[in-house]
Design a protein around this ligand. Structure first.
Ligand SMILES: C[S@@+](CC[C@H](N)C(=O)[O-])C[C@H]1O[C@@H](n2cnc3c(N)ncnc32)[C@H](O)[C@@H]1O
Length: 394
């Protein structure tokens, strides 16, 4: 209940809310279960609410405790296979001294009605409108299908041999969700890591490094840093978050890859010299990774998207000065909003006639759907015009 409240009323990310909201749960499996219930409820929220509304005479307010308790009980009974008596008896204490009878009555009525989850889950109405306008009905339908299921696990780099999975491109292996990655052969010292196949594209656009310098900006937890380092780039990985950088350093240590790690704010830091390439994986609404983080669809509002777009434009404008003429810059966001992708790059190109766009990739829901899907991204490869200094290679 605290987790759902943190996301839906306070607008916090589900993962970030977990530590505080689940502070009373000592056992990791209890915490994991609380997380699973909240995530499952967020994947199905419009439908759960419709069931609740159909079984109540007076509409419960969106933030009513009874509605939260019912969402938790219903999603367990309908989606997680919790026995009905357990699903209801564990939520009743949440409304102690309050609408116990109402919650019990509504739950029983829904169970008697033999409700089942619909084939095609619904997305929040505001999202449907926004994405239909931007991408059309087919993409909205693909997104609705995608949110129902937890994504599989993609390994990128040099995945271990002899492990059963499907490979969708060189340097990729897809495993069923729930696979215990740390138990795979060669976990320690293996030059592979967990990274969605779509998230792997930005660094791939930069190609082989051959010892050239690259700034990996907004780098933590380091998926793209590892790609760049293993492709032979001389990497400086920068991020503002010390805790996320600690994970980046652990990732580098495990894979034996090398990068210079810098804790700093892109908006105040400056590099000691111009570089051969830049990867700016800007902070964004994360609406493109809704399969992993269903909370984004319920808490990211148009105002936040506009603010993020402004920050992204400012970052791109700043870092563009750090690239050698002839060098490449990749801008990427895991967002399904044109405002954070196409529009940021479009406005940038209007201001900088020393930059040209080489490639633009808009990865939408429906990509690799038959194989288990993929995250959604906007990725642009830009070059700075002019010739590189003769000694820039090696
Ligand atoms: C999309 S995530 C990066 C994912 C990472 N590139 C990867 O592939 O693993 C965005 C990152 O931007 C960082 N960030 C946000 N604002 C920043 C700033 N002003 N300066 C530097 N890093 C920032 C966040 O801490 C976060 O780690």
């Amino acid at each position: 209940m605290r987790l759902l409240d943190a996301v839906l009323r306070k607008g916090l990310p589900l993962e970030a809310a977990l530590d505080t909201a689940a502070r009373d749960l000592q056992r990791p499996d209890d915490r994991a279960f609380a997380h699973a219930i909240a995530a499952a409820a967020l994947r199905r929220l419009p439908y759960l609410d419709a069931l609740i509304d159909a079984a109540t005479r007076k509409r419960l307010p969106d933030d009513a405790k009874a509605r939260f308790a019912l969402r938790i009980a219903l999603v367990q009974a309908l989606a997680l296979g919790t026995p009905h008596h357990a699903a209801i008896s564990t939520v009743l204490p949440l409304v102690d001294g309050g609408p116990r009878k109402l919650v019990h009555g509504v739950f029983s009525a829904v169970m008697r009605s033999k409700a089942v989850l619909p084939e095609l889950p619904s997305l929040p109405e505001a999202i449907v409108e926004r994405w239909r306008e931007q991408w059309g009905d087919a993409v909205v339908a693909a997104a609705a299908r995608a949110i129902a299921v937890q994504p599989p696990i993609d390994l990128i780099g040099d995945p271990p041999a002899g492990v059963d999975g499907i490979s969708l491109q060189p340097g990729h292996l897809r495993l069923p969700r729930g696979t215990a990655v740390a138990d795979l052969p060669g976990y320690e010292g293996g030059t592979w890591w967990v990274q969605d196949i779509s998230a792997a594209l930005p660094a791939q656009l930069l190609g082989e490094g051959e010892g050239r310098t690259v700034l990996d900006l907004c780098a933590a937890p380091g998926g793209k840093t590892m790609q760049l380092a293993s492709a032979g780039w001389n990497v400086t990985a920068l991020d503002i978050s010390e805790s996320r950088l600690a994970r980046l350093s652990q990732n580098l240590a495990r894979t034996g890859l090398d990068a210079r790690v810098v804790a700093a704010d892109v908006m105040t830091w400056s590099p000691p010299a111009l570089v051969d390439a830049i990867l700016l994986d800007a902070p964004c609404s994360a609406t493109g990774i809704f399969r992993r983080h269903p909370d984004v669809l319920h808490r990211v509002r148009p105002r936040a998207i506009a603010e993020l777009a402004e920050a992204q434009s400012a970052m791109l404008a700043r870092v563009a000065g750090w690239l050698k003429p002839g060098g490449s810059l990749v801008y990427s966001v895991c967002s399904l909003e044109r405002q954070e992708g196409e529009q940021v790059v479009g406005a940038f190109l209007e201001q900088r006639d020393d930059y040209r766009i080489e490639e633009e990739h808009r990865l939408l829901p429906g990509r690799f759907e038959a194989e288990g899907g993929a995250d959604s991204f906007f990725i642009a490869l830009l070059t700075r015009l002019g010739s590189p200094p003769a000694d820039s290679r090696g």
